[in-house]
Ligand binder design. Sequence first.
Ligand SMILES: Cc1cc2nc3c(=O)[nH]c(=O)nc-3n(C[C@H](O)[C@H](O)[C@H](O)COP(=O)(O)OP(=O)(O)OC[C@H]3O[C@@H](n4cnc5c(N)ncnc54)[C@H](O)[C@@H]3O)c2cc1C
Length: 436
Amino acid sequence: MKDNFDLIIIGGGILGTSLSYFLSSLNKSKKIGVIEQEHSVAQHTSSRNTGKVHAPYLYNPEKKKLFAKTAFHGYDMWEQYCKLKNIPFKKDGVIEVAINQKDVKVLEKYHEWGKQNGLKDNDIELMNKEELKKIEPEIKCESALYVHKDASTDYSLCTNAIMQDSKNNNTKFLVNTRVTKIKKSENGWILTLNKKDEIHTKFLINAAGGESINIAHELDTAKNLTDVHFRGEYWKVPKEYNNLTKKSVYSVPEFTEYPFLDPHWIMKVDGSCEIGPNAVPVFSPYGYSKSENIKELIPKTLEMLRSGARKTIFDKQFQKLVMTEIQSSMSKSTMVNRVKKFLPIIDEKKITQKGTAGIRSSVIDQDGKFIPDVILLQGDMSFHILNYNSPGATGALPFSAHVINQLHKTGLFENENMKAQCGPWKFNEIIEKLDG
Ligand SMILES: Cc1cc2nc3c(=O)[nH]c(=O)nc-3n(C[C@H](O)[C@H](O)[C@H](O)COP(=O)(O)OP(=O)(O)OC[C@H]3O[C@@H](n4cnc5c(N)ncnc54)[C@H](O)[C@@H]3O)c2cc1C
């Protein structure tokens, strides 16, 4: 296969697909491609998640600025898009609970963050336990943050619909195709696909999710960073529990300095309920099974020991977190008990079926610290997106618009028409909202 592209995106998750949609809307005469190793888009994190369209109350407006901003705008964009495409989008809200006095202060901080990130008074309200009890009699807590502006959807359906729109703009989706080697050429890159075919591209965007750091390293970028993979596991609960609460319930995490939350009580868009996710360290971005983890155990351990992750591994607080997470992977009752703290009525014996696990890859710096926000790195004729974690699905549309605007402004990849109509939106208007 000999093919020349103006721009190639590695990764057909919700991010790579959204990027391709906007780029192909703005550049009618450029040849754009998405390379995905699986048989279709959204086979990894983009379908293996909680399915929440998050209101930005959990994100520190300074440390997670971009995630907060794109989640805020992403909510409205997904609402509009789902309506247009007949994809379920349920404004079902979420309740964040404090289960002890110490966490009450954290809820107050989340309330503040929510406001700073653009939520209005009627989107989010603090409640004491008596007020909440009247609405949600089964929930046990000290106080609660009632978030009206939070929703549920199916991100796999969203990604597939975006892919279809992108294909209609002539984006070429190369599926069942893995990028196995990347080589610099005179005017761009030569990509080896499935170890045999070659294609040429002038510009490259790395949106490869859990493998994006490996691709950045291959292109001599982000050498001071590494990543650690965490599997988030879920348990499905029986139908009789579907009406236990009116909303999903999250609790203030025990370890607030790490980028994961404690398991929640989740109401899915189809009305079913689940418990999860935890965050169990695994050795691969595809470490769903024992065999995949065993295969990657030695190379990943060696990589971590040679990088900043070494400091993380020997950090006492991190070890404590890891032990809690491993226990809740090995024992169903440990996992269920983490939710029973605020929903005591659930009976572990009635919960027998596992849900679909998803893996997040969190980036660590040379000092062993988790980096809170997404990392955008400019390379030679290339751009890398690392650490694109939760609420990445919520923010995927405005985040993609932001990246494309950055590439345009810096002259890295210039677009033909910044005022193009992209489905229900005009591109320049998305940017104006993000900048406003
Ligand atoms: C447990 C869990 C729960 C979450 N819950 C939520 C939530 O409720 N709401 C929310 O907004 N966000 C949530 N998130 C975060 C969200 O799911 C992610 O931020 C988002 O899906 C990331 O999308 P992506 O496209 O970057 O990655 P991915 O979906 O992982 O896509 C990357 C793609 O790149 C492909 N790829 C990698 N390397 C190559 C290669 N060499 N060649 C070809 N293809 C390659 C992979 O096959 C993959 O399909 C959750 C995440 C997890 C782990």
